[in-house]
Design a protein. Structure first.
Length: 95
């Protein structure tokens, strides 16, 4: 692994950190609030519904993120200032 390939790992790490933080941290906060509220009311059905909604939403968001990264890797990586020299390796790592 050369310097270019090693340098191409940085933008990918940043991209996945941003995706995780924006998408899944918000989902965790909303899910915790919904489940805690339902649990405080002793509503087992609402707890199950909140869990199912959270799991379904996480799956949908994950699929959308995977699709976006698969279809538009260069455009997304360009937002992280990947130059032409690193783009080939960064695109390979992203997909």
């Amino acid at each position: 692994m050369g310097l270019v390939e090693l340098a191409a790992l940085g933008p990918n790490a940043a991209m996945y950190n941003v995706i995780f933080f924006i998408a899944f941290m918000a989902l965790a906060v909303v899910t915790t609030d919904q489940m805690a509220t339902a649990n405080a009311r002793n509503d087992k059905r609402a707890v199950g519904r909140a869990f199912f909604l959270s799991a379904t939403t996480a799956l949908a968001v994950g699929l959308v993120c995977c699709l976006a990264i698969s279809v538009f890797p260069e455009q997304i990586l360009a937002g992280f200032q990947v130059n032409e020299e690193m783009m080939g390796s960064a695109r390979t790592y992203a997909v």
